[in-house]
Design a protein around this ligand. Structure first.
Ligand SMILES: [Zn+2]
Ligand SMILES: [Zn+2]
Length: 398
């Protein structure tokens, strides 16, 4: 318990340091945009890795992690084209873009294309100073038909699906395997729990019991994941606060919220498909080295977004300040939410309409997070009623 409290204190110091130094010296924050949840033909996505990575590279992202189900894409795999690929002209589009790089084979009237390995597509498309490709896997397990999916960002060695005696047992064992790999290889990597409400597989009570989990998906762009819950299941944002209230009581460091695409479909844009550009993280890190990005995220020095960009997120001992990078004609609402002493729920502390706001931290505040709403409709999915939002991480005050 003492070690855990020390960890919280160190994280808090890290936050204070990183945010204070920005304010005091007026150094610009370096926001790096990334999507940590993406599928390709290596599992159930419908395009070649290079085509998907190229999309993110062309659309203002600085890093991408392909996170296919139960593979890190390091084997020789001749993919057999199926009806879906013929109707989407998947191979033609791939050849148009990448020419002789594409390897095909025809055997008994079947067409095969070799999927490039992680090392191959990384060396083809990565630009170290401006666009990074991070190795990842969606470790895809289940318990009694409840899906338990956990992404591992900057994984080095493939992890097989985990078996266990309950949902919490499978999750904890997965985390333990990730922690073991990280410690053994001495390479930063982290697990994040995917879409808890997908198939309503993971309950808030399961998440409360975890030890060593720091990240989960606050927003996932797949149409089947129930971010908003239903009549009998709570939404993910409410879940987030309940987890952090519990973690605070137990002396555990806070759970941080990530937004991701979980993209699978790259040929047809539709609310019924899981397309690109729906959710991402913005990480405050000068360097794009995976270890730097991970360190910043573990310090809570990032925000999740479904369309809103922030110019500044500053914290000092007295004050949290937020400045939106506004789009023309869009209205914004900045809401400070927090847990205070003597309370057992997260409440609204202050709400400001506009593009900048601050909150003076009071003696009663335990943690404070900021949610930014807008009246701008998202571009993806098309014709959606969803509006663009952003969420900072909970800042531990005490
Ligand atoms: Zn999943
Ligand atoms: Zn996925």
């Amino acid at each position: 318990m003492i070690a855990m409290k020390n960890l919280i204190f160190l994280i808090f110091l890290g936050l204070i340091f990183s945010f204070m130094s920005c304010e005091e010296s007026h150094i610009e924050q370096h926001w790096q945009k990334g999507n940590l949840h993406t599928h390709s033909l290596w599992s159930d996505g419908d395009d070649f890795p290079e085509m998907i990575i190229q999309w993110y590279k062309d659309h203002g992202y600085q890093f991408i992690a392909l996170s296919d189900h139960n593979t890190v894409g390091n084997s020789i795999f001749w993919y057999e084209l199926k009806e879906r690929e013929f109707s989407n002209n998947t191979l033609e589009k791939y050849q148009d873009r990448f020419g002789d790089w594409v390897e095909t084979q025809i055997d008994s009237n079947k067409t095969y294309v070799r999927l490039k390995t992680f090392d191959e597509f990384k060396s083809k498309l990565e630009v170290p100073d401006s666009f990074r490709i991070i190795k990842s896997e969606e470790v895809t397990s289940s318990f009694e038909r409840k899906p338990i999916h956990i992404n591992v960002t900057n994984i080095q060695e493939e992890i097989k699906p985990i078996r266990g005696t309950s949902v919490i047992d499978v999750m904890q064992k997965t985390l333990d395997v990730v922690h073991e790999q990280r410690a053994r290889l001495n390479i930063p990597m982290f697990a994040h729990i995917n879409h808890p409400n997908f198939g309503y597989g993971i309950d808030v009570e399961d998440l409360k019991k975890l030890n060593g989990e720091r990240f989960f998906e606050l927003y996932n762009g797949h149409p089947s994941v129930n971010n908003e819950g239903d009549d009998t299941h709570i939404d993910i944002e409410t879940m987030w606060d309940l987890i952090n209230i519990h973690y605070h009581k137990e002396g555990k460091p806070p759970m941080f919220g990530i937004a991701t695409d979980d993209s699978h479909n790259y040929h047809t844009l539709s609310p019924k498909m899981s397309n690109t550009g729906r959710g991402w993280v913005m990480v405050n890190s000068k360097s794009l080295e995976p270890s730097s990005l991970i360190l910043a995220m573990e310090n809570g020095d990032f925000y999740a977004s479904t369309g809103i960009s922030l110019k500044r997120v500053l914290l000092d001992k007295q004050k949290i300040s937020i400045e939106v990078d506004p789009e023309l004609g869009v209205n914004y609402e900045i809401i400070f939410l927090g847990l205070q002493k003597g309370s057992d729920e997260v409440v609204e502390l202050k709400k400001v309409e506009g593009t900048s706001a601050y909150y003076n931290i009071g003696d009663k505040d335990i943690f404070v997070r900021v949610k930014i709403n807008s009246d701008a409709k998202k571009d993806s999915p098309p014709m959606t009623s969803e509006t663009k939002k952003a969420w900072t991480q909970p800042f531990l005050v005490q």
